[in-house]
Design a binder for this molecule. Structure first.
Ligand SMILES: [Zn+2]
Length: 390
């Protein structure tokens, strides 16, 4: 993949981000490789690398073996501890807070049970944990880029998904971003789970090299995070990717949105809990690992046809390079589903093998929190996302 830069002086900030993004994607690069990949002049690359080394964002390493003429090739990497980010995932049962470094490694993790969380007490709890992180980081605190928050949403939108069994009641008029910014002094970004999971996947996961992919997030409901041409697509009112309420079965199971036969009535943890006799209000994803496997298998049979339909639609609409499936569903169970997914429907991606079209992404309880933690870093460093849009 190429990320092109520009040599215009006023685009210096953009070029910095291009350099950082290129190194992030490749792990390590020499100045010559950077110049080739970014289409920047060697002089521009040298100047920016020097500047970023001074800021401690990049580190140089021992030269690679000499390859004949010219300067020795010195590999350059990101310095993981040069920036930190906090990710918060709140749902109707749990609150998870993580601190990650620039490369996404977790340095602090706190999981708390919060049955039907109320805004006052929950925000107080979050601020107390962030304060604990602040104490732990000491002088490093000034290198924290911000906080990413994932909550059931959408917010301030009369959307079809704003009502449901997992809606956080009492939070409708709470400005979480403003409150946490004021209490912590850090920039705060709020997003939905599928979008942050897609950003996390592009940042740390198997979508690092992909410019166009769809992340299908199996949570309590079902959502999609959409990357097209390296941009996250959120739609006119921030509701793009609400694939859970695409009708796949006319006259099918009733959905709380008012329709019948919505996709997430078949493909979601909620649907699995109901099929397997678990109470959706109290069940946790890992409970599905402890039930009779044959019961779970019988749920898979019911969800495979709608899932294949969803993949077919997403492929034909977006012509994306890959559909990545992940979310809160435990990895062994998702692997079970994927093993039985073939054959996929014919689509614009039909000439590729099934296992190239659909892959497993990040799964498990940390997925959304890690994605949330990628938000401030993504904002800060992604050349296409921020700078080009402003
Ligand atoms: Zn629905």
């Amino acid at each position: 993949m190429r990320t092109s830069g520009t040599n215009l002086e006023h685009a210096r900030a953009h070029n910095r981000r291009v350099i950082i993004e290129a190194i992030r994607l490749h792990g390590e690069l020499t100045r010559a490789e950077l110049a080739r990949l970014t289409a920047l002049t060697p002089q521009t690359v040298s100047n920016i690398v020097a500047e970023l080394q001074q800021a401690d964002i990049l580190s140089s390493h021992l030269p690679r073996k000499a390859s004949g003429r010219g300067q020795p090739a010195i590999p350059i990497t990101l310095n993981p501890a040069s920036a930190w980010s906090i990710g918060i995932h709140l749902d109707h049962q749990t609150l998870l807070i993580v601190l990650v470094d620039l490369t996404g490694e977790i340095h602090f993790r706190r999981l708390m049970m919060v049955q039907k969380p109320q805004p006052g007490a929950t925000l107080k709890l979050i601020v107390a944990v962030v304060d604990e992180i602040k104490q732990q980081l000491g002088a490093q605190w000034r290198k924290v880029l911000g906080i990413g928050v994932v909550m059931p949403g959408p917010f301030g939108v009369e959307g079809i998904s704003s009502e449901g069994p997992t809606t956080l009641h009492g939070w409708e008029h709470i400005d979480v971003e403003a409150h946490l910014t004021q209490a912590t002094g850090l920039p705060v970004t709020l997003e939905n789970d599928a979008t942050v999971a897609a950003i996390g996947e592009r940042f740390h996961g198997i979508a690092r090299q992909l410019n166009s992919f769809i992340y299908l997030y199996i949570g309590t409901g079902l959502g999609a995070g959409i990357f097209t041409d390296g941009h996250i697509y959120t739609g006119h009112a921030h509701n793009a990717g609400e694939v859970g309420h695409v009708v796949v079965q006319p006259n099918g199971r009733p959905c709380y949105c008012g329709n019948h036969g919505c996709l997430e009535r078949y493909v979601s943890l909620q649907a699995a809990y109901e099929h397997c006799g678990l109470d959706p209000m109290t069940a946790l994803p890992d409970d599905l690992l402890r039930i009779d496997p044959l019961l779970f298998d019988s749920w898979i049979e019911t969800m495979l046809p709608p899932l294949r339909q969803a993949i077919n639609m997403l492929e034909c609409i977006f012509d994306a390079e890959m559909v990545v499936i992940g979310g809160m569903i435990p990895q062994p169970l998702l692997e079970k589903i994927l093993r039985r997914l073939a054959p996929l429907h014919q689509s614009v991606r039909g000439r590729y093998l099934d296992d190239m079209r659909v892959k497993i992404g990040m799964t498990g309880s940390d997925t959304a929190a890690l994605g949330a933690a990628a938000l401030p870093i993504f904002d800060e460093f992604n050349p296409q996302y921020q700078v080009l849009l402003k």
